[in-house]
Structures are given as structure tokens and as C-alpha cells.
Design a binder for this molecule. Sequence first.
Ligand code: PSU
Ligand code: MN
Length: 304
Amino acid sequence: MIDLSLSEEVRAAQADNKPLVALESTIITHGMPWPQNVEVARKVEADVRAAGAVPATIAVLEGTLHIGLESGQLLRLGQARGVAKLSRADLAACLATGGTGSTTVAATMIAARHAGIEVFATGGIGGVHKGAETTFDISADLQELAQTPVTVVAAGAKAILDIPKTLEVLETLGVPVIAYHQDAFPAFWSASSPHRAPLRMNAPEPIARAHRLRGALGLPGGQLVANPIPEADEIPAEELAPVIARAQAAADRQGISGKALTPFLLSAIFEATEGRSLTANIALVRNNARLAARIAAALKNLDA
Ligand code: PSU
Ligand code: MN
């Protein structure tokens, strides 16, 4: 029923029972400007390979769900304009109508699970937006973490979000939030935030065991591994706070809402920091890819 296409590399990995790491594509089409978007996507794939796993970048191309993109497909997606941003609500509709779309965290989790991939690396998950008490803007990524059994490695939640509210919703939904190697919940461009993460782990193995144990307990949903950006690459939160506030004020003035809000804020912050936010974003995604590969390998070791 689903028009599914596995890249050659993913097919071989599945045949050989190698660890796989899913990668999203909204970060390519809506999160970063051309041509860095494609360069970064290729580097992230290489990072996964260097850390001993196989990358599977996920997207919908003309009605086909791709698990792993061939090099030319990635290039075309990164250059394309007007690509849909797919979440849980629109993934099936895009497949049904032969459309092309990139997958957010939520849609990538759904596709990864469908392909039997248990670990996924991204930059930062979507969450509760500032002002959500009036706009109701809460990312579908949070619900997805509560339902779909994929461990997601992210640098916390983007600092454009309301982090305490995001943590509250994750707690309500029963999503384990595991800070990696520190107590604080990381804030995307900054390694730390004033908020303590509910859980902390210091190695890939316990993260893999907790993933398996949730399955054994019959618990639906995944885990959020909050992996701080390497300190050398971070932008201090104090420095970024006014930039974020100005970007948010511009979004409010221009009436930006829904799916357009996160891409708008990311690009406004990119302009205001003269590209420094992008450099940090690249460093954190690559760092997450490496940790995700180690978790995927640890899961394979558990099953051996
Ligand atoms: N991580 C990044 N850049 C991004 C995203 C994540 O470094 O652009 C994307 C993810 O696809 C995530 C989406 O699911 O932002 C959140 O969008 P929204 O707030 O509309 O749910
Ligand atoms: Mn939203």
C-alpha cells in the first residue's frame, strides 16, 4: 500500500543487521539555507557512518516514502522550493496525492518506526512556543514522542520555545527526558539552561537498555535524549535572548503562525547573528548524529 523506497545503503544495512540512524529532512528544507543545508546533510550522514551506523535520511518524493536518500535525491530536495513540511497530520495525505515533502521530527519518527529504525538524530525538537497560552502553538513532535517508540537525540528544545512549558508537557505525556552527561536541560544553541532535566545518563548503553525496557513494559512512545552542544560551539544564552525576543516580536507583528513560525524564527536569528546561529546549529546536529549512532550500536549489542 505504501509506496516505499529504501536507499541501497539502507537495504544492505537491514540485510546485514547493522545499526541504523534515521535523519529528518525538514532541517534541510526549512531549517537551513541552501547550499549549507545539503553540505550539512552530507556531513551528518558521514558522521553517522564514522560512528559505526548507517544513516537513513527520510523524505517524501513525489508520493514515495524514502528511507535513505541517494546523493542526487538529497541534492534535489535541498534545492527545491515550496516543499511541504510534513508532520503526523499530513504525511499520509502527501503520499496519497503524490506530493513532495520533508519530514519533521514527528513524521520522521513515524517513518522510522515503519522501517524498523529505533534511533533518530535531529537538531532540536519542536515544543511549546512562547505565548502558547494564547496561540495554543504546541508542536506535534511532543505527542509523537508519547506514542511512537523511537529514541530521539536532540540538543534539547530550540531556545525559541518556552522551555519550562515544553518540559511540563513532556512530563504530562510520560516522555522520558534524558540529559546526556549533565544535569541541565540543554537549550539548543547553548549547552545549558536554568532548567534541570528529569533524568540524566552518561553513556549510550543505559539509554539503549531503557529503550528496550520501555518496550518490555508495553509502554508506547519514545525517549528524548537531550545532548548538549559542545561548549566550544555554543552561543551563550544571555547573548541570544534579546535576538530571540526581537525575532519573536517580528513574528507577532507579521502574524506568522502555524508551520511557518519555526522556520521564520530560525531564519530571523540566522540573519541577526550573521550566521553564527547556523554554525552552532551545524555543530549540534553533528554531535547528535554521533551519539545516535552509538545508541543504535548499543541496541544491536543488547540483541546479540
Ligand atoms: N532541528 C533543527 N532545525 C529544524 C528542525 C529541527 O535544527 O528546522 C525542525 C524539525 O523538523 C522539527 C520542526 O520537527 O523544526 C518543528 O516544527 P514545529 O515547531 O512547526 O512543530
Ligand atoms: Mn507549531
